[in-house]
Design a protein around this ligand. Structure first.
Ligand SMILES: [Zn+2]
Length: 155
């Protein structure tokens, strides 16, 4: 499969502000970006506390990151894990890197909430029917809480 040019890449376009997502950037700098995952096609609500962390640069996978990008991504993921626990009462925070569909590397950062049955632990966590879900408003609210937490922490 040929590499998608950054001009067509959904993630690059989002970073450039050509596409807006509910809640917007929770945090962004020259190297990294994080926002809430969007409502999936065919669904009307989203699993809340499902974040996407991406390098600003269009690279296909973790192997292509510079050390500087890797450090920035992991520091952000670590802070987001703390933020999800503090503001959303996440019991555990999962990270996934899959990358089969979108060839701009992105780290899924996903809250698991108390009460999630064991059958939904791990990669199926967002399939738990009783998980917190919401639309644009709830996603915006979560992003605002996380933004405040990150700003306070970086002081
Ligand atoms: Zn891209």
């Amino acid at each position: 499969m040929s590499e998608q040019p950054p001009s067509d890449c959904f993630i690059c376009r989002k970073h450039r502000g050509e596409i807006s997502i509910p809640g917007g950037a929770i945090y962004a700098d020259d190297l990294v970006y994080v926002g809430h995952a969007q409502i999936r096609e065919g669904q009307t609500i989203a699993y809340l506390g499902y974040l996407m962390v991406e390098p600003k640069r269009h690279v296909p996978d973790l192997a292509a990151l510079t050390d500087e990008e890797a450090r920035a991504l992991m520091i952000l993921v670590t802070r987001l894990s703390r933020a999800l626990k503090a503001t959303e009462n996440a019991e555990r925070v999962y990270l996934f890197v899959i990358g089969e569909n979108v060839h701009h590397v992105h780290i899924h950062v996903v809250a698991r909430y108390a009460g999630a049955p064991k059958e939904y632990w791990g990669a199926r966590v967002d399939e738990w029917p009783a998980a917190p879900r919401g639309g644009t408003q709830e996603m915006e609210a979560i992003c605002a809480r996380l933004r405040v937490y990150l700003q306070k922490e970086s002081g």
